[in-house]
Design a protein around this ligand. Structure first.
Ligand code: FE
Length: 207
């Protein structure tokens, strides 16, 4: 387990709100509580607030593991598949970028299998001072009962944990997946060299 420094974000627009919430101690990171919920629960749509809509939350599924390593690339030696780089921002509901937000990604490999004994294709990272993140990974494979997806937990400093999933456009199985939500579609592009790029911005509560 690792702990964050005691003083995390000083986001100008949110400073007043954040000041009330900052507790002065490290916020546990990469240590989201593990749950036993299945991948079949219904999507929960969070109420829209002023400004941007909060990113929809979704079930964690059965394969989350706490304490993932901190890294922006999940492509270890031996990981096969189509390279995929996802970039984007974590934003507050008013559109303000959230610096030092925690993102914890986990996904199946290109064959559709999760590493449940180790941390292959699992990792957490923090947004930079402009709320940006970059994830280097591979396109996850399909496994029975689900369309293609990447799991993620997102947490602004001192904010609640958002658990959700990201989806891929153009997948035949999207329409057959019980929890697929089009608001969680990545914007993908083929780079023309066998790799793909995608973007997704998260909107999360910050307190
Ligand atoms: Fe899954």
């Amino acid at each position: 387990m690792m702990n964050l420094p005691g003083h995390r974000i000083r986001n100008t627009a949110l400073a007043a709100i954040a000041a009330a919430a900052i507790v002065g101690t490290g916020v546990a990171s990469g240590v989201f509580a593990q749950s036993t919920s299945l991948d079949t629960a219904q999507t929960v749509t969070v109420a829209q607030t002023a400004g941007q809509s909060l990113t929809v939350s979704q079930t964690e599924g059965p394969y989350f593991k706490a304490n993932s390593p901190e890294r922006t690339s999940l492509v270890d030696a031996g990981v096969q598949g189509t390279l995929l780089t996802i970039t984007g921002q974590v934003l507050a509901p008013d559109g303000t970028p959230v610096a030092n937000a925690l993102l914890d990604f986990w996904q199946a490999d290109s064959g559709g299998s999760y590493d449940n004994s180790g941390y292959t294709l699992r990792g957490h990272q923090y947004t930079d001072e402009n709320g940006n993140y970059t994830l280097t990974t591979v396109v996850p494979g399909l496994y029975p009962g689900r369309t293609r997806h990447i799991h993620v937990k997102v947490q602004a400093p001192n904010g609640p944990v958002l658990t959700t999933q990201l989806y891929f456009p153009g997948e035949v199985s999207n329409s057959r997946d019980g929890i697929f939500d089009p608001s969680l579609l990545l914007s993908t592009a083929d780079n023309g060299d066998g790799t793909q790029s995608a973007t997704f911005n998260f909107v999360v509560n910050t307190a």
